[in-house]
Structures are given as structure tokens and as C-alpha cells.
Write a protein that binds this ligand. Structure first.
Ligand SMILES: [Cu+2]
Length: 128
């Protein structure tokens, strides 16, 4: 009888541990969802709906900016202005989920565009 009673807290503890474990899994799922969110983080540009978001991004020198193509069509991240690439950076074609990163070490204003949609897709990196 004494033994049975002393087991109860142990069982309760195990159940609680099980529930806590599930909570941790749920938290993990939420973290995954957040990383897939449609809002770019700092130093990050999303290519969405055939636009660069944000269109202008301002960073300090030495920062690496990462572009991610969220569209189902290919895009490029090409430095320069439409029709006049300047060769500072060039991603090549990025498919859905494709990423491109570039570290900006020099202060200045860096226009860029998508070679596949150059009539509409332009962006600017400002390095301070
Ligand atoms: Cu494009």
C-alpha cells in the first residue's frame, strides 16, 4: 500500500515531463514557422511578387546582406542599373528558395536590379 502511493508522484512527474516534451516540440515548430515567415529579418531582402522587399536597405559597412527568392519564377540580384550591370555583384538566376549573399565593405549607394524583370525590379543598398 505504501509503495503504491509513493509511485503516484513518479507517474505524475513522468506525465508532466511528457507534456513538457510536447510543448517543446510545439515551440520548435513555431520557430520553424517563424524562420519561414514572409517578413525579412535585418540585413535580409526577400524577393516577393516580382519586387525586392525592402526596396531600399540601409546597413553599416561590413554587413552581409542575404537575398531569398520567395517567388516561383527565377530572378537575379545584379548590381548596377537596368541595362547597365556594373559587375560589383551578380547572383545569376535564383529559383524558388534560392539565396544570394554579398558583404558590403565599402560605404556608398549601390543600385541593383533583376536582369529578368529589369523594367520593374530595382532595389538599392545604402552602406553607411
Ligand atoms: Cu526578376
Amino acid at each position: 500500500m505504501k509503495n503504491k502511493i509513493s509511485f503516484l508522484p513518479v507517474i505524475t512527474l513522468l506525465l508532466f515531463a511528457g507534456i513538457t516534451g510536447c510543448s517543446k516540440n510545439d515551440y520548435g515548430t513555431n520557430s520553424y514557422t517563424n524562420s519561414m515567415a514572409d517578413t525579412p529579418g535585418p540585413n535580409e531582402v526577400f524577393i516577393q511578387n516580382i519586387t525586392f522587399n525592402p526596396k531600399t536597405i540601409t546597413v553599416s559597412a561590413g554587413t552581409t546582406i542575404k537575398w531569398t527568392n520567395k517567388d516561383n519564377v527565377a530572378h537575379t540580384v545584379s548590381s548596377g542599373t537596368p541595362g547597365s550591370p556594373n559587375g560589383i555583384f551578380e547572383s545569376g538566376n535564383l529559383g524558388n528558395g534560392g539565396t544570394f549573399s554579398y558583404m558590403f565593405n565599402t560605404k556608398g549607394t549601390f543600385p541593383y536590379y533583376c536582369k529578368l524583370h529589369q523594367d520593374t525590379m530595382t532595389g538599392t543598398v545604402v552602406v553607411q
